[in-house]
Ligand binder design. Structure first.
Ligand SMILES: C[S@@+](CC[C@H](N)C(=O)[O-])C[C@H]1O[C@@H](n2cnc3c(N)ncnc32)[C@H](O)[C@@H]1O
Length: 219
């Protein structure tokens, strides 16, 4: 059984929690600008985990200011990059950043969460989440929802700042090992198998929805 709580050590507190876990108001907008400045390298690393083929549909969970949505829509052959994030401030920032891609139908940042995407079954070839799994309202529940929206054979990538990243800021908020173990076990429970990647900026986990199309059973 996988526990459904992150360790207290990994949970941001005070201003960090307000600014980054659920960005709102002026502080949230400021946090969004800081995130955008600091997330280019991590976004490129996360994109490298996805084997995007022409016409693929991608979902990004917790897109923040929209850096990865823009990168995926502009630098891969994906047909469309949809996003869910619960923060209206982040949705507005992502809409501005991705205005050109939204007009051409290649990007679609929406309001939603990992546990409640409001998206159709089997609608995506790839789901990616960067720097937000610790904020989900239940990791197993979020993974079950993401498995539901993945088509059979579709791929999941869940990543978080690495504790060995180059910058002191990244290391300070990096994923503690006990949470890495918990996330890896939870993905294994829901997807059957999981691979860990220790990258320069990110600790990441990838998995694939099994080819058979059945829904998740057994809670
Ligand atoms: C630290 S920011 C990361 C943003 C972006 N992925 C990046 O790496 O720059 C965390 C984001 O997760 C979003 N978030 C918080 N709770 C969430 C949830 N339950 N489901 C999906 N996203 C969530 C926040 O609104 C915020 O935009």
């Amino acid at each position: 059984m996988t526990a459904d709580r992150t360790s207290r050590s990994a949970q941001p507190s005070g201003a960090a929690a307000r600014g980054f876990a659920y960005p709102r108001g002026i502080l949230g907008r400021l946090g969004g600008h800081l995130m955008a400045r600091g997330s280019e390298a991590a976004s490129r690393e996360a994109a490298g985990l996805l084997d995007v083929r022409p016409g693929d549909r991608i979902l990004e969970v917790g897109y923040g200011p929209g850096v990865l949505i823009k990168h995926l829509a502009g630098c891969t052959p994906a047909a469309r990059v949809t996003g869910v994030d619960p923060s209206p401030v982040m949705r507005d920032m992502a809409q501005r950043r991705c205005a050109a891609e939204i007009i051409t139908g290649r990007a679609d940042p929406r309001l939603g969460t990992a546990t409640d995407t409001a998206l159709a079954d089997e609608a995506f070839e790839h789901v990616v989440s960067v720097n937000n799994v610790l904020f989900w309202d239940g990791i197993p529940a979020g993974l079950a929802e993401l498995r539901r929206v993945l088509c059979p054979g579709g791929s999941l990538a869940v990543a978080f700042h690495s504790r060995t990243a180059p910058s002191r800021h990244e290391r300070r908020i990096g994923l503690p090992e006990q949470d890495a173990d918990r996330i890896q076990a939870a993905i294994g429970d829901v997807f059957g198998s999981v691979t860990r990647h220790d990258l320069r900026h990110l600790t990441a986990f990838t998995a694939a929805r099994p080819q058979y199309a059945g829904p998740l059973t057994g809670g």
